[in-house]
Design a binder for this molecule. Structure first.
Ligand code: NPW
Ligand code: ADP
Ligand code: K
Length: 486
């Protein structure tokens, strides 16, 4: 059993691949072996989470996920705990594995009840796993609501019930994000939905158990990539070794966004940072950050530079985009640059041909910007974040950073997308996206390949937030930009 953290590197498998792994493993093992191993793993984790629990509520559903719950209850009873099982299903229609585990729970002397216990110290959610086909309703929805509102810890078996294990979406009305401490133990494969969209809130801390079946492989759909490699600086280097970044943005009233990106590029390690402001009346120097070289955006020669374009760019950025797209040596497109491209077919064609030419290019849309680029709704993007990021990457031939909880990084078709596990809601404050764009710009300026530059910066951006000292100044975009990545 392995705890999954932001340092973990592993492949992610969708439901179809997981089913194939399960069938291959089950065929190679004696009957009921997988479920017995799964139930034992649940019981062990339950004992670790709530070692002093008197009553453990085990809510079991109509399929094999419920079977895991019966098996866990049997194992817990054998170890002196008092599981109370509520079963929502038709015994005569239980799959064979689950039926055998139900019998084992009965034989172990587990208590069965029609309604949840009035008091309990841990709830085990074994209602639905990867076989969830429709939104939970009626009694199942009530039990889930009770579990999640009770304040007691919840241990989800394989997948939080109702969560789409491929996409991380929860059905409307099923809230699994309330105050209870949440843990999920998942079997045979790590599923992408546990790590993006609503998955991170629903699953909480994720544990993985391969049930002794690591030999059974299949085709992954994405990966979590762990901590990126450090790039130590050689003694015999100088500022020219670390490249130039030119931030282009900061239209009237929005200079701050460009300055934040510039600050992040500087602290991210770029050799020199120019900030090309679109506001002609902007001050000639930022006295708080005199290292930044402020210029008129129209005068910058981008041919040897990494451009970070769009932060606070307003509508003014549109007229500069043809030159930026054709001349920047490497490029990060954010915010208003993306909005401009979304409404302009010629710019889209230019972006596509830039992508085809292989010039390093990263786009960093949040879900609304991604929706504009794809011509769909935010709901469509969030309904399948992996697919949306892959689609954008394929359309323009660039590296895509689809931001939000479980940021997705997608590139060329032959590169597995990455779901990033650092970051938290303290980043949900204005300007943190500008900081990310600047950090990616710095990594590109240091000549890291575009996908790796994006992956590294996204990981570090989130990691800074995750390790923000409790006694430090509050996390704002400005303080985030100034913290050296750990
Ligand atoms: N076999 C093994 O040894 C191992 C299996 N493992 C475990 O099996 C799990 C997969 O089991 P599974 O395929 O039986 O699917 P599961 O998630 O239990 O649900 C299917 C049942 O739920 C029903 N149903 C669906 N939605 C519903 C809803 N909203 N409300 C109400 N009912 C709903 C659906 O009914 P139907 O849609 O057919 O009407 C069907 O009856 C997997 O996640 C893992 O925990 C692993 O431990 C490895 C070892
Ligand atoms: N709840 C969250 N969990 C993890 N990361 C988040 C969360 N909310 C925001 N972020 C991150 O913060 C940044 C916000 O970027 P963006 O939406 O472009 O903001 P802005 O335009 O204000 O700079 C992104 O990197 C995003 O992934
Ligand atoms: K479950």
């Amino acid at each position: 059993m392995q705890r999954i953290t932001s340092a973990t590197a592993a492949e992610l498998f969708d439901i179809a691949a997981t089913r194939r792994i399960e069938h291959a493993a089950a065929a190679a093992l004696p009957a009921h072996t997988l479920m017995r191993r799964a139930g034992l793993a649940v019981a062990r984790l339950a004992m670790a989470i709530a070692p002093h629990a008197r009553t453990i509520w085990v809510a079991c559903g109509p399929g094999n996920n419920g079977g895991d719950g019966f098996e866990a209850a049997a194992q817990l009873r054998h170890r002196g705990f008092f599981p109370a099982v509520t079963f929502l299903g038709d015994e005569s229609r239980l799959p064979p594995d689950a039926k055998a585990s139900l019998q084992r729970a009965r034989d172990a002397g587990v208590t069965f009840a029609l309604t949840p216990p009035s008091a309990y110290e841990l709830a085990i959610d074994a209602l639905l796993g990867i076989g969830s086909t429709r939104p939970p309703e009626g009694t199942m929805a009530e039990w889930l609501a009770k579990m999640h509102a009770s304040g007691q810890p919840v241990l989800c078996v394989d997948v939080p019930s109702g969560l789409n294990a491929d996409t991380g979406t929860l059905p409307r009305g099923i809230d699994q994000t309330q105050a209870s401490a949440r843990t999920c133990i998942t079997f045979l494969s790590l599923k992408p939905g546990l790590f993006t969209a609503q998955g991170r809130d629903a699953a909480g801390t994720v544990w993985f158990d391969d049930l002794g079946c690591s030999a059974f492989k299949d085709q992954p759909v994405a990966r979590i990539a762990g901590e990126p490699d450090a790039h130590p600086r050689t003694h015999a280097s100088h500022k020219g070794s670390y490249g130039d970044v030119a931030v282009i943005g900061g239209a009237s009233g929005m200079a701050g966004a460009a300055l934040l990106a510039g600050s992040a590029a500087l602290h991210g390690g770029a050799g020199r940072v120019f900030v090309g402001l679109l506001d002609p009346s902007a001050a000639p120097v930022d006295t708080a950050q005199p290292e930044l070289m402020l210029r008129d955006a129209r005068t910058l020669d981008l041919s040897g530079m990494t451009a970070v374009c769009g932060c606070g760019g307003g509508e003014a950025v549109q007229e500069l985009l043809p030159r930026v797209l054709s001349t920047a040596a490497a490029l990060v497109l954010d915010a208003d640059a993306l909005n401009a491209i979304a409404t302009d077919g010629a710019l889209q064609a230019q972006l596509t041909s830039r992508g085809k030419s292989g010039s390093p290019t990263v786009i960093t849309p949040h879900p609304l910007e991604a929706a504009r680029l794809l011509g769909c709704t935010v709901g469509d993007v969030q309904a399948d974040r992996l697919a949306a990021a892959r689609q954008l990457a394929a359309r323009f031939g660039v590296v895509v950073v689809l931001k939000g909880s479980g940021t997705v990084i997608a590139g060329a078709a032959e590169t597995l997308p990455v779901i990033n596990l650092t970051g938290n809601a303290s980043l949900a404050t204005a300007g943190t996206g500008d900081v990310l764009a600047g950090m990616i710009g710095a990594a590109l300026a240091m000549r890291q390949p575009a996908f790796e530059a994006a992956r590294k910066a996204v990981w570090q951006h989130g990691h800074i937030a995750d390790t923000w000292p409790a006694d430090a100044a509050p996390l704002t975009a400005g303080t985030l930009a100034r913290r050296t990545p750990a």
